[in-house]
Write a protein that binds this ligand. Sequence first.
Ligand SMILES: NC(=O)c1ccc[n+]([C@@H]2O[C@H](COP(=O)([O-])OP(=O)(O)OC[C@H]3O[C@@H](n4cnc5c(N)ncnc54)[C@H](O)[C@@H]3O)[C@@H](O)[C@H]2O)c1
Ligand SMILES: [Zn+2]
Length: 1570
Amino acid sequence: MSIHKVSILGAETIHVGYGIQDHIVETVLTQKASSTYVIITDTNMGRTAPFAKLHAKFDSRIKEIRPESRLLFYSVSPGENNKNRETKAAVEDFLLQQGCTRDTVILAVGGGVIGDMIGFVAATFMRGVRVVQIPTTLLAMVDSSVGGKTAIDTPLGKNFIGAFHQPEFVFADVSFLETLPTRQFINGMAEVVKTAAIWNEEEFTRLENFSKTFLDVVSKENPDLRSIEPELVKTVLESIKVKAFVVSSDEKEAGLRNLLNFGHTIGHAIEAVLTPQALHGECVSIGMIKEAELARYLGVLPPVAVARLSKCLLAYGLPVTIDDKDFLKKVGNKRHYVEIDTLLKKMAIDKKNDGSKIRCVILEAIGKCYQLKAHQVSKQDLSFVLTDEVLVHPFEKDVTPATNVIIPPGSKSISNRALILAALGSGTVRIKNLLHSDDTKHMLAAVASLKGAEISTEDNGETIVVSGRGGDLVTCDEQLYLGNAGTASRFLTTVASLVGVNPESSEHVILTGNARMQERPIGPLVDALRANGSEIEYLNREGSLPLKVKAGKGLKGGRIELAATISSQYVSSILMGAPYAKEAVTLSLVGGKPISQLYIDMTIDMMKSFGINVTTSTTEEYTYHIPKGTYVNPKEYVIESDASSATYPLAFAALTGTTCTVPNIGSSSLQGDARFAVDVLRPMGCKVEQSATSTTVTGPPRGHLRPLPHVDMEPMTDAFLTASVVAAVAKDKDQSTSITGIANQRVKECDRIAAMVSQLSKFGVKANELPDGIEIHGVDIDDLVTPSTEKRGVKTYDDHRVAMSFSLLAGLCKQPVLIQERSCTGKTWPGWWDTLHSKFKATLDGYELPFNVEDVTSLAEKHANGSKSIIVIGMRAAGKSTLSKWMASFLNFKLLDLDDALEAKVGTDIRSFIKENGWEEFRKQEAILAKESFSRYSDGYVLSTGGGIVEGEEARESLKAYIKSGGIVLHLHRDLDETVEFLSADTTRPAYVDEIKEVWTRREQWYHECSNYHFYSSHCSSELEFKHLRESFVRYLKTITGLQITQVPTKRSVYTTLPFEDLTEVAGSLEDITNGSTAVELRVDLLKDYSKTFVADQTAILRKSINLPIIYSVKTESQGGKFSDDDIETLQELLQLGIKLGVQYLEVQLNFLNELLEKVFETKKFTRIIASYVDTTGSLKWSNVEWKNRYNQGVSLNADIVKLVGYASTFQDNLELETFKSTCSLKPLIAYNNGEQGKLSRVLNPILTPVTHALIPTELKEEGILSAPEINKAYAEIGGLTEKHFWIIGHPVGHSRSPPLHNAAYKTLSLPYVFDRFDTSDAEEAFKKLIKEDKNFGGLAVTMPLKVDIMKFIDELSDSATTIGAVNTVIPLEGKPGKYYGDNTDWVGITNSFIRNKVPSLDNNQVNGLVIGGGGTSRAAVYALHKLGCKKIYMVNRTVSKVHEIRDSFPAEFGIEVLETVEEVNSSEPVSLVVSCIPADKPIEEQLLSNIESLLSRGREAKQGGFTPYLLDASYKPRETPLMKIASEKYQWNVVPGVEMLINQGERQFELHTGFTAPYKVIYDAVVNE
Ligand SMILES: NC(=O)c1ccc[n+]([C@@H]2O[C@H](COP(=O)([O-])OP(=O)(O)OC[C@H]3O[C@@H](n4cnc5c(N)ncnc54)[C@H](O)[C@@H]3O)[C@@H](O)[C@H]2O)c1
Ligand SMILES: [Zn+2]
């Protein structure tokens, strides 16, 4: 057992080793005399074997060494949640109760939580007792245990309360890590890497090399740490040494100790938002990269250092960006809370900062910090590095340096070649300015695996040192994984053919890549190599990676033929490998002119630099002779900068009238883009000086660039984007710039030609596409338009070249220009923005699109179907034609029946077509047509398909693709027996080959697979049933298309849970059962049948019987339900079915598998998610952190509502729940206790409490569940609801039906309210007596003649009251004593009466309305008809002056037209909705009646909107008015009695008055049966 001692603050008190429990015990007992030793740990740690060993040892040795002393033990709950005042107090109470005194020694055994908290206990207990730190997590060993900082958290922030209290000893026993969970282990590595990064480059290098072994070992289930003991101990030791040294020189963090906060300024801010889902080290890892990028941005840290740090962290399994895939999985939707403003605020209050200034450690190199202290940084610079959108401010003349020298990153093509040549060569070469890309990364790793060369770095990673072994490569065990690095895969294929056999390893080399790589072609190269003796096998797909190359075969040499018209990389690959063939090689390129000759020349030229001279055949075209030989590595090879990249700094000079030199690209360069300066910038008016190896451009004075009438950029296609932005401000009269020869740019990262045209237009620059190019009409610089930030500035298409080009043009605008996705420049120039900032002195700023998770409209926009076409599938006779028609009419889409379209296409009917050509051909044609139609008619269509479309594989693929693209494929279904019956009667369509049921069985699964929505249409046999169906279908459409968004209730509300096996039997009483509920729960797990058809039918019954949002739940046994926890497959299908059925709420359990939850959240669209957790054991107290964790889980999933259900075994449990609830504010919470004793919690739960009803059999009810009235009663008894008085005022009100209506509802719901009449014509009297003087005043219903008079006492009016100009409902304004709110619900009475009588939705604006009369109700009627969606609203009345007045007082968009003369009446359009607002007890004047009848007579035939028209008579005495009689009997109209208007108006009034959902059936009966 070796023990390493580290000195801190002058004493060797830190001891590091592996399995040193004995040493710990001996040292403490012999050196720290005490009467009492207390071991404190957390319950996790307390369970582990290494801990048990320590404890037992202590126990036995204390008896021997200090028999008079005692050993106490205490453990606390684990986790950051418990690092608080309460736990600290509990520990202190324990110590006090045990009579601990000042000589106590506390041993804090655990992670940082224990170390910090117990350290703090020790710091203050008896004004300070001795503490020994025994860290058991990696983080605690290397960080928290060393340095004496102790603290606890408060709700307002982490570590806000604490003290400096140095421990007597720190024992870092690495064996404790054996039981540490992998994620915690990795978490600690962040601090280890951090410490090396700021202090010790050598150690950092060691860590880089250790990463793979480390990750392999710790990822195992039971990691064998012994196998890496020396490295692990060193890792801990080296890290501790640095921390100890730094602490020793700056104990109280005045300067140097700040360095340890590298990565923490940003890391802490992120952690503050993402805790507890993300761990400290993970956030610090991301923070380090951001802070390193900041250092790079400030021009201090070289780009390679950032790359190196990031690579190292990744290699340890740590995230380096918030958007890291695995990290995102952990933090879920909480990621959206990481907003720049939040982060900046958090940074400003971080206690490590000074005041509101933000300080940050600036790295200068790996292992070194800039000026050894933290620096104050600007918010602007921070926000730049923290966001992926950048605002480029105008380049300022006085700030832009007149001359610049820029070395762009190395050329990608040259970098790739240099590595291959060096690896095959002999001797050592130092490669400089290498571009670090995926290709080079994979190539380096592969060469290292094949032991071809030794590779190391110098100058902090700037120089790559390759010591080649002259091409002597051997096989290795592992496969060579090349990601999606195309060049690497091509170049290495030839190299692999040259590999020799390592007798201890494999006989093959296997090259593989990611999925995309496995589709990319490599066939021609493999063919050529095979023909030359190489044995290569395709392991998967013919012509692509993975390849298995037999080692030891080599290449024969001699003549090699290669098709080189596809990729020059094949040619370069063979050229570079050829010297190692057994004979000299003659490479002949066949099949015509090779593409990209320049790249072939480049390879040949570089081979020459490495000592091999390739000669071109003088007799044969495209043929080369390559001699046998070995590359001789030059001492140094400087990679030429990338010439495409160089165009940006050169163009900067051109645009700003300054000078820029690129010192390592000149006329001798083989890169095509090296000609840019001479061929493009010079003719545009720049001064260009180019030597063989250098290029300098000086721009003309601002505004003096000239257009270039025509330039062929075929040799430098990548530079056309740069040329385009220069041309954008090159103006000379009407001369434009045309660039051609760049057709290949259409198939790069994006269609770059189209992209430039569209983005240039945002700057006010006109450009147009040419067949193989672009034409740009330049403008004066002063006429450049600043693209609007609100409209998202410049779109980059994630294309580095688009981003870099526009960053130049952006700086010429007068206002800052937003550029999206700036990090895309990382592909070729990660440091571009830094160059722009630190060299060209441009001002850049971060920008972030505000994101609000709660924002319903953004949700709607994101998921709304908009005008995207909807595809309908389903069995024949499932109602596709009817429902499709309804859908088209409702959405105002065109309807296309694909069967019809097919008949039109083949020129015959389907039946004959099948007869002639057979089913197979029919299906084939059908699939082709479907595919075409889905893309051609993708907007504004309902596409109704033939029943058998899902039979064909291809058609199924098209349907699935449509869903993937975000579209709706709606599966319509109906009862099978009905379908059979219906179809047997039909002879006009082709007969089914099989029986219908068989057909269904075969297709069922396909229909489900190929649809993302499902609607079950029940059989209709009467017009009323059709109306019902249409209404519920339209409601369904509104939900699934996002036209209607479910709002989560904010007021006290309940939902009825239906514990039935089958709703068919209770369908008739559902309305009663759900009285007063805001929603209804379908307990799918309790249904007697889990088939999709049955479940769908049950929702159809619900929808038909009641109009309430559905909560769909499938509760499993572990959560008190009936569904098996193990049948995950069916569970997933049922949940998916819920979403397909468009339910408003779906309940998911927080204990579902992650994949299941993910799937639900991915597909849910508009369905709201309730994430629930039930404690069925009854043992989880509300003080247990488990509940908070569950709540947080729900929050981070971004559930709409979290639901937690505990169990009350004592009444006290309800009170604890209330305390718990007060700590949950991030998401709406439903929380209550099951059990008889839990009733109080149900009463106190605010939103969506589940309730039962008297009509539900007792044996089906869950224990403790209450009904809505029971809840209200109890709530009222305990003061939650207080007595209120409501009144109807007006004259006369003696017969008003409002009192019975409201009182019946109060009674049913058990509300402590009373509704009375107050007869008066004096508004002021009512106001004084009722409102002012009655302290129980609840609200008013206002009727004639006070609807207008009362308005002067009202402080706030609703939109409807303002527009109608009258108030019929008054309530006190919440939170504003003495202020009142006025609304008008008369119009709701009208709209809802129509809707309840099944008037279909009129959103397509095809229907006209008519209002008869000119009084106050007519105004409400106009408003109602407008809200319903009427196009025109006609008005007739005996005295027209009154209606003119009304028309003039409404906005023009209401489309009101007054019909006065008979001619006007006769030439008007037909009407479908009529509201009569004239008294019914007097006869109607003759002329008026004849006008009305004329309108009625035309309405029926017109059937606007496809329905029979409706007349509502607002007067309700008598119940059937003469006008209703005429309308229904003479003209067969639907009629609605006025009493319904009264009821519907009262329903809304009740809701305004009380905040509760009205029991509709109750108020209906109260009014009608009175
Ligand atoms: N004082 C300082 O200078 C300083 C520095 C850095 C961090 N911190 C503090 O440290 C805390 C984080 O420490 P942490 O990351 O060690 O977390 P932690 O103490 O919560 O431990 C992580 C988890 O691992 C468990 N655990 C600990 N050791 C184990 C072992 N050997 N085997 C199995 N399970 C084990 C714990 O019970 C816990 O669940 C934070 O509160 C942070 O503020 C303090
Ligand atoms: Zn830290």
